[in-house]
Write a protein that binds this ligand. Structure first.
Ligand SMILES: Nc1ncnc2c1ncn2[C@@H]1O[C@H](COP(=O)(O)OP(=O)(O)OP(=O)(O)O)[C@@H](O)[C@H]1O
Ligand SMILES: [Mg+2]
Length: 482
């Protein structure tokens, strides 16, 4: 309840500046405008406030010691991802302002500023904060209502996927789900069903790669009594089981052309014929199919029937690989750990450094690999706090620190590669060579003159390393030890 004597706070703002006068003046101005104000003289102090208080907006100076504004910005968004940030910069430091926006600041303001300008920008940032809160709570309701909550991850890529999923779920359109192994295609198919009008009817999955083709055929279509040796009685197929519900045809590209024609005919007619039966049965089935292959390529190379592809690909849902949405890693890791904790007498926690460690990884096995890593760590770790060393990552999945092409001894990427008039992209050999050069240069940066460690890290023998360096024209650092 509010009345005239307790005005509604218009927003909670944290003002950070190491110059006392500047901080006090800004704080006073905003207090008079009706905002709730917190003050901090350093980045560390500011993070302390953010850990304890709900803050809508962070207004911070850029140039501070020892923690500068950009570092504060980055760490603040880790603590409070929905925080709006306005960076206060001195006149002339436009590059830092741009960098701040890139790191997630909403706006910047150049010092010295006019009162009106601060108030205007603050108001605008808070408007946006309110809007975002509304969108978030809407999205949460949505997920709960529609069984999407099983799909953890709020990265832009996942949000786009779930929005699309909800939209197509309501229709009976056939959906083709494409994504690398372990990205969550089956979960997507289940969410699709959960949100469709068929959700009280069965969801029937069938994995085409898991069983032999003959068996697959009788599984899907059923068979008549005596259709083959051992068919002592007639049997319904999965198409019939899925009547009024959803049939999830997983790994659909792992089938033969003959099977594909039969599937196509069934989809076109909306009727199934049991193996060894002469009459057909009408079925009302919604189809979701999945593949982890590049299905267009399969069609082009004639391994997958084009007409079936068109039939299945009414709507395509692409599930992005985890490396393209690493921001989902903390939530996913926590989700899998919660599950492991629920089954165990111990309660493990993720350390911040473990999460950071995981986020340097490219997850060739996608979400399933993360799931396995967390379960393993939860089962084997010594302490209750899971540390980076509890998550052994495969070397081939390591993300190399980004360096400029010049730093890796390469021409700048926009430099012309050839003088040919029809110059297109690099050849495969060039790409491989570039990657090798980059990997070696970066490993050299880490290990300096210790070539044995460089070879070790790259998984090659010292001889191979020498040979490659020679071919790539990379000189060993002065004083290098073999
Ligand atoms: N967004 C997610 N939220 C929670 N769990 C997920 C998510 N995505 C995947 N998983 C989990 O990761 C594992 C792999 O997911 P799923 O089996 O759906 O992947 P897939 O794409 O079908 O893989 P494959 O191609 O190997 O069959 C499952 O245990 C699933 O529960
Ligand atoms: Mg699957």
């Amino acid at each position: 309840m509010t009345d005239a004597t307790t005005p509604v706070p218009r927003g909670r703002i944290l003002v950070v500046d190491d110059q006392r006068n500047m901080r006090a003046t800004t704080a006073l101005l905003l207090k008079q405008a009706g905002y709730d104000i917190f003050e901090a003289a350093t980045g560390e102090e500011a993070l302390g406030v953010l850990g304890k208080e709900r803050v809508d907006l962070l207004l911070t100076d850029l140039k501070m010691e020892p923690m500068d504004g950009l570092t504060l910005l980055r760490r603040a968004l880790e603590v409070a991802p929905r925080l709006q940030v306005i960076m206060m910069t001195a006149f002339g430091s436009i590059e830092s302002a741009v960098e701040a926006m890139r790191l997630g600041a909403y706006d910047y303001i150049t010092k010295p500023f006019k009162e009106g300008e601060v108030l205007y920008r603050v108001e605008r940032a808070l408007e946006r904060s309110k809007l975002q809160a509304a969108v978030d709570s809407f999205a949460t309701d949505f997920a709960e209502r529609h069984g999407l909550s099983a799909l953890v991850g709020r990265s832009p890529a996942m949000r786009e996927l779930t929005t699309r999923l909800v939209r197509v779920a309501q229709s009976d359109a056939t959906v083709l789900i494409q994504g690398e192994s372990g990205t969550g295609k089956e979960l997507v198919a289940r969410a699709l069903h959960a949100h469709s009008r068929r959700n009280k009817q069965p969801f029937v999955p069938v994995n085409c790669a898991a069983i032999s083709e003959t068996l697959l055929e009788t599984e899907l279509f059923g068979h008549a009594k005596g259709a083959f040796t051992g068919a002592v009685r007639a049997r319904r197929g999965l198409f019939e089981e899925a009547d009024n519900g959803t049939l999830f045809i997983d790994e659909v590209t792992e089938t033969s052309p003959t099977f594909q024609s039969k599937l196509l005919r069934t989809l076109q007619d909306g009727e199934v014929r049991r193996v060894g039966e002469s009459t057909s049965l009408r079925v009302d089935v919604r189809i979701a199919a999945a593949t982890n292959r590049d299905i267009e390529l399969e069609v082009k190379e004639k391994r997958f029937r084009q007409d079936l592809y068109y039939r299945l690909n009414v709507v395509m849902l692409r599930v992005p690989p985890l490396r393209e949405r690493l921001e989902d890693v903390p939530a996913l890791a926590q989700h899998f750990l919660d599950r492991a904790n629920a089954r165990s007498p111990r309660t493990r926690r993720l350390s911040e450094s473990a999460v950071e460690h995981l986020m340097t990884y490219r997850f060739p096995g996608n979400v399933r690999e993360l799931e396995n890593l967390v379960e393993q760590a939860a089962a084997l770790a010594e302490g209750d706090e899971l540390l980076p060393e509890d998550f052994p990552l495969r070397p081939q999945g390591r993300v190399l620190p980004a360096t400029t092409p010049e730093a890796a001894g390469l021409p700048p990427s926009d430099a012309p590669r050839s003088t040919g008039a029809e110059a297109t992209g690099p050849t495969l050999a060039e790409v491989v060579e570039d990657a090798e050069r980059r990997a070696i240069v970066q490993a050299l940066e880490r290990h300096g003159v210790d070539l044995a460690s460089v070879a070790d890290e790259l998984g090659v023998s010292s001889t191979t390393l020498w040979r490659k360096m020679k071919r790539l024209n990379l000189r060993p650092p002065a004083g290098a030890r073999e």
